[in-house]
Design a protein around this ligand. Structure first.
Ligand SMILES: NC(=O)c1ccc[n+]([C@@H]2O[C@H](COP(=O)([O-])OP(=O)(O)OC[C@H]3O[C@@H](n4cnc5c(N)ncnc54)[C@H](O)[C@@H]3O)[C@@H](O)[C@H]2O)c1
Length: 357
């Protein structure tokens, strides 16, 4: 067996009712409370052990959080009940460097999670990680590089997470792109670009994350894990001149339902959150390239003279009269993690704009 398999098994063996220990893989450690072969691990490991050497594989440091595992200085937050939904759990957020992803990262950390910010913009991911680590005064975030459309890159990212902390409790597949346009004019290249990131990317991530979650569940059989993809209200209702996007998001609901049926055997739940528009995020509000500026310039909203006019026009279409944000989305993610009796669902967070039927 390899370290990448042993680490999730150790996280599963140390399971304490909600999650296992953080498990840091090391090629070599000098001393360990337990030295054994891979075959003996399940029988000889005892909860509370901080160091293990698996013969022929390597060393593993265990702890309540990352700092506890690496140097025994734990400031891991204590939480019970609803507050413990992601406390000291390992979460990965793709596209976490900005927009909804950044909001989700910040909210998960507020709730005590350890978060890998996985983004093509690795500088942005590392910058955000450094900021939230400094605020928290302990290691709560890591920036990692990934292109979700490239299988080798996804595999490398998952391996890096597993090597660093031993597993993944919640994977948020958030990276997504939008290119709008009439079906009569859109190029195949643009259509494929949107489909690759939003649809194929979710498949590739699930393909490489699900086996890690399976290993974590193996020792005890009651370790629940979650995959949540961020789709859109356009996963529930068609979007005019935006077919590539809506098609990719509708498609991801099909993947969610199918993966959920398969992965329930590993106690991995698969759900999707379908947010409304994030008017205050970069996609809409970027002062140069945001949709509000573009719509003002192209006169898409009749009578609008300023960006604020355009924004008000769109806010008026939401029954709750505002856009969605990362906090709204994270509440739905936390619900799907906390809820142990539901999988394969699409959860709208649209301020009442789109309703299920
Ligand atoms: N903004 C909205 O109004 C809105 C509404 C509903 C749903 N969504 C969905 O929410 C998610 C986030 O949207 P956003 O508007 O916050 O996006 P954004 O454009 O602000 O940020 C997307 C992030 O994903 C990263 N990214 C893009 N392609 C990637 C790839 N191939 N691999 C790895 N990282 C990649 C970018 O670097 C960026 O950091 C998307 O799935 C989007 O479809 C957005």
């Amino acid at each position: 067996m390899k370290a990448l398999e042993i680490a999730p098994l150790l996280r599963g063996l140390s399971f304490g009712g909600e999650k296992g220990d953080i498990v840091v893989s090391k090629a070599k450690i000098d001393y360990a409370e337990l030295t054994c072969s891979a075959d003996e691990l399940a029988e000889k490991f005892e909860k509370g052990m901080h160091s293990v050497i698996v013969e022929g594989v390597g060393g593993f440091l265990l702890g309540e959080d990352y700092d506890d595992a690496v140097n025994g200085t734990s400031n891991a937050p204590k939480a019970t009940g609803r507050a413990a939904v992601v406390n000291n759990k390992v979460c990965v957020v793709t596209g976490g460097a900005q927009g909804f992803g950044e909001g989700i990262v910040r909210e998960l950390i507020k709730n005590g999670a350890i978060v890998f910010i996985a983004d093509m913009n690795v500088d942005g991911a590392k910058k955000l990680a450094a900021e939230v680590n400094a605020q928290a005064g302990r290691t709560v975030a890591f920036g990692v590089s990934v292109n979700v459309t490239d299988e080798a890159s996804v595999q490398k990212m998952v391996e890096e997470v597993v090597k660093t902390v031993g597993g993944i409790d919640l994977f948020v597949s958030n990276a997504g792109v939008l290119k709008a346009g009439s079906v009569k004019e859109m190029t195949l290249k643009d259509f494929e670009f949107v489909t690759d990131v939003n649809y194929v990317g979710f498949f590739l991530c699930t393909k490489h994350v699900a086996p890690v979650m399976e290993l974590m569940n193996k020792p005890r059989g009651n370790y629940f894990t979650d995959i949540v993809t961020i789709s859109s209200k356009s996963a529930l209702e068609g979007s005019n001149k935006n077919g590539a996007y809506a098609g990719s998001k509708f498609g991801s609901v099909g993947l969610v339902q199918s993966f959920a049926k398969e992965l329930v055997a590993d106690n991995t739940k698969v759900n999707t959150v379908c947010p409304g528009n994030f008017f205050d995020g970069p996609l809409w509000s970027d002062p140069e390239r945001g949709l509000f500026v573009q719509y003002l310039k192209t006169g898409k909203v009749p009578g609008a003279k300023t960006v604020e006019d355009v924004k008000r026009h769109y806010e008026a279409q939401v029954p709750m009269k505002r856009g969605c944000d990362g906090e709204d989305v994270t509440k739905a993610i936390l619900y799907s993690v906390e809820q142990k009796y539901e999988t394969g669902q699409a959860i709208p967070v649209t301020g009442g704009q789109v309703m299920l039927n």
